[in-house]
Design a protein around this ligand. Structure first.
Ligand code: AOS
Ligand code: ZN
Ligand code: ZN
Length: 426
């Protein structure tokens, strides 16, 4: 299924007047306060977030999985779903593939389909956390960190294969997330596991093309519950530094112990030029992979405030790979992703409203109250008319959720694909 521009325009018509009123009110207010509204709009329009191929079906937990009708089963269908998201939101212009779940059968067909929907291929993700059918070696006791050289070699080779697949699609980054670690004290030697991982990553790094990045994701626990080899940003940064200039740390919002100051991590990595990518989601307890902005929207805003500061002040840090890494147990995955994209745009727009010069002056004056007023003033602004306008300017929907429901997208997908479909993925 492909959404036509006219369908979106027709739905927009019904709420266009209301949108115009709201936009005019906000734009006037911002202009009076010295903001360049058009500059903000073009930054919002340019901001594109990759959708992971595994987020388009219902995820599930270890207790069960409740399927969602009309889920995509093939890679082509997954790309079509991203196309729907992009047509509505104009901010999902990329897909991030997981290998081996989404190995293209026909590269030309897949590339053509993606470009017809204005979708690029973002980072490719390797998988050494599951044993694949007919695999010679098992990852039960780790992959890149394993004490067995044969296992490490198999995992290294898999990552190299993933790079080759990504090259054929125009990807520019490899994301490595390892489940490696231990479930009980004494099970493995921390130093050996870390050293093996470092050596393995360095071997993979040799195959990273010149214009690529290697993104190293960290996570404190799960599926191993005593230790994880790449447990935090420090471990990731050490490994990235050992590998070289093309290796970076990837921050997944759910991969922190409760109350970690993620915005500070983001800020310092950016200062060091080592912040490479982002997995957006939200979390209450752990790696909950909930809808972005559904639990801690203020924290998300503070993170974006550091990202905006970094993008303006840290030329040593490259452009980031933005991706949503969420999983859906009870919502329609496409609706959930629309909500996530909306929350990301909202946090970004609010961060763009932070008066950086005034904040700096207040910081130099040690005017703590004023600093907080500046941040919270931006946060309390209802920026939705700005986001709507940025979408409209590119031909998207004023309200993507409304349009998705009014156009009855899910029912069309069910008619096309059937009810009992199961997407590959987590
Ligand atoms: C796992 O917890 C990580 O967040 C990964 O980024 C991701 O969910 C996984 O690699 C899916 O392939
Ligand atoms: Zn992740
Ligand atoms: Zn995760």
């Amino acid at each position: 299924m492909k959404l036509q521009n006219q369908q979106i325009l027709d739905v927009n018509k019904k709420i266009l007047e209301e949108h115009n009123d709201n936009f005019e009110f906000l734009a006037n207010k911002l202009t009076k306060n010295g903001y360049d509204v058009n500059a903000i709009l073009s930054k919002l329009s340019e901001f594109q977030v990759a959708i992971p191929s595994w987020a388009l079906g219902a995820g599930g937990t270890r207790f069960g999985r409740f399927g969602f009708y009309g889920e995509p089963t093939t890679l082509e269908q997954k790309i079509e779903d991203v196309g729907i998201l992009h047509a509505l939101t104009q901010t999902a212009g990329a897909v991030s593939l997981h290998i081996p779940w989404d190995v293209p059968q026909d590269y030309n067909a897949v590339s053509e389909l993606a470009s017809s929907l204005d979708i690029k291929f973002d980072a490719v993700n390797s998988n050494t956390f599951q044993d694949q059918k007919d695999a010679k070696e098992s990852y039960k006791y780790g992959s890149l960190s394993n004490t067995s050289q044969a296992v490490r070699e198999q995992a290294i080779q898999h990552n190299i294969d993933v790079i080759k697949i990504g090259e054929k699609l125009g990807s520019k980054a490899l994301t490595v997330w390892l489940a490696d670690g231990s479930s009980f004290p004494g099970q493995n030697n921390f130093q050996t596991a870390f050293q093996n991982t470092q050596d393995s990553l360095k071997t993979i790094y040799k195959d990273i093309p010149e214009d690529w990045k290697m993104l190293i994701e960290y996570k404190p626990y799960e599926p191993n519950f005593y230790s994880t080899v790449i447990q935090d940003w420090g471990a990731s940064l050490m490994l990235a530094n050992e590998c070289g200039d093309k290796a970076y740390t990837l921050v997944d919002l759910g991969h922190h112990l409760p109350n970690s100051n993620i915005e500070q991590i983001v800020s310092i990595l950016s200062l060091k030029g080592k912040l490479g990518g982002f997995h957006f989601n939200d979390s209450k307890y752990g790696d909950d992979d909930l809808t972005v902005g559904s639990i801690k929207p203020y924290a998300l805003f503070l993170i974006f405030n550091e990202l905006v500061y970094g993008m303006a002040n840290n030329p040593q840090n490259p452009d980031l790979a933005w991706m949503i890494d969420a999983s859906h147990n009870i919502k329609d995955p496409l609706e959930d992703l629309i909500q996530s994209l909306e929350a990301i745009q909202e946090a970004f727009a609010r961060a763009l409203l932070v008066d950086q010069a005034a904040l700096k002056a207040a910081q130099l004056d040690n005017d703590v109250v004023k600093c907080q007023e500046i941040l919270q003033g931006a946060y309390r602004t209802d920026v939705r008319p700005l986001i709507e306008k940025a979408r409209l300017n590119r031909g998207g929907a004023i309200s993507p959720i409304k349009a998705y429901r009014e156009l009855d997208v899910r029912n069309y997908l069910i008619k096309e694909r059937g009810r009992n479909t199961v997407a590959t993925g987590l």
